[in-house]
Design a protein around this ligand. Structure first.
Ligand code: NDP
Length: 295
């Protein structure tokens, strides 16, 4: 292996340690306990698992979590009322609506009901709008791309002036990732399912962020030697050697790409742990802001 392995677990632990200190300080000096409300609609096992791990992280770091588990057929108006109630509740500093919502619900309207100062996922239209503009500061940046940025910086990769290729243009990963890198003066190319000559485009990149949801899609021959490769993808593939009969891989052909890249994140253990760490950091920031300690 020639690439430096970017240890997302270790970086996430150091972020969480700092968050824990911040929570203790807020409690002891201001009698404020940061609180995160989670809203889970329906029975998707992956969504349940994500929400459970976010609640566990809150408990580990001394924060309160307020779980709302709602039936898949909840009416738009009823869900809206719950979110509006959380918006008014002063014990709740952050509101997280687990996506995707069932198809009959209008996710944009629901996310729009989260006040910008409690939008710890960074998905509300106001925060997204600010992130996409020059010289505007969102109150919160979406957790997964923010975590990717930390990982890129953790190995000292120079972002300013670098060519960065982001694979995927979703609202939760690809687009905010591209804006974060752009605001740090990288030159950005965003690729998607209709990009022509994808391998040639990727070959230009000093920084590659792959967020498409296709197992081991990015090939070693597409990667410029020395590039920093961040693999956001989470894909299940069959594996007869595992008790479960399956295992997780990313969007990058890790075994081959690690021989070419300068630094690379593994899956699991790369971006995944950072997403939750960033959510905890955003929730602490929300509580600090409510207490008038940060802008
Ligand atoms: P989406 O399905 O919302 O978006 C996928 C994107 O990939 C789309 O923009 C799509 O293009 C693009 N795409 C699909 N096929 C190709 C292709 N052949 N070539 C180039 N681009 C392609 O996914 P998400 O952004 O929500 O998630 C992406 C991956 O990241 C998933 O595996 C997900 O599980 C994982 N993830 C991991 C997180 C973590 O914490 N580690 C958090 C969030 C997501 P188009 O727009 O044209 O359709």
């Amino acid at each position: 292996m020639t690439a430096t392995l970017i240890d997302g677990k270790a970086v996430a632990e150091s972020v969480k340690d700092k968050v824990k200190e911040g929570v203790m300080y807020l409690k002891s000096e201001y009698n404020v306990t940061p609180g995160l409300a989670t809203v889970l609609v329906g029975e998707r096992p992956d969504s349940r698992a994500y929400v459970a791990s976010k609640q566990k992280a809150c408990a580990d770091l001394g924060m309160n979590s307020y779980g709302h588990t709602l039936p898949a057929d909840i009416a738009q108006g009823d869900l809206l009322e719950i979110v509006q109630g959380l918006a008014r509740d002063s014990n709740v500093h952050g509101i997280l609506v687990q996506l995707p919502l069932p198809g009959h619900l209008d996710a944009e309207a629901i996310l729009g009901a989260i006040p910008i100062e409690k939008d710890v996922d960074g998905f509300s239209p106001l925060n997204v709008g600010r992130l996409s503009m020059k010289n505007r500061e969102p109150l919160f940046v979406p957790c997964t791309p923010l975590g990717c940025l930390y990982l890129i910086e953790s190995v000292g990769t120079k972002i300013e002036g670098a060519r960065a290729v982001v694979l995927g243009r979703s609202n939760i990963v690809g687009l905010p990732m591209a804006f974060l890198l752009l605001h740090r003066n990288a030159t950005i190319t965003i690729c998607h399912s209709r990009t022509q000559d994808l391998p040639d485009v990727v070959r230009q990149a000093d920084i590659i962020v792959a967020a498409i949801g296709k197992a081991r899609f990015v090939q070693a021959s597409w990667v410029k030697p020395g590039a920093t490769v961040i693999d956001v993808g989470i894909n299940e593939i069959p594996d007869a050697t595992k008790k479960s009969g399956k295992r997780l891989v990313g969007d990058v052909d890790f075994d081959a790409v690690k021989e070419v890249a300068g630094a690379i994140t593994p899956v699991p253990g790369g971006v995944g742990p950072m997403t939750i760490a960033m959510l905890m950091q955003n929730t602490l920031t929300a509580a600090q802001r409510a207490a008038g300690l940060v802008r």
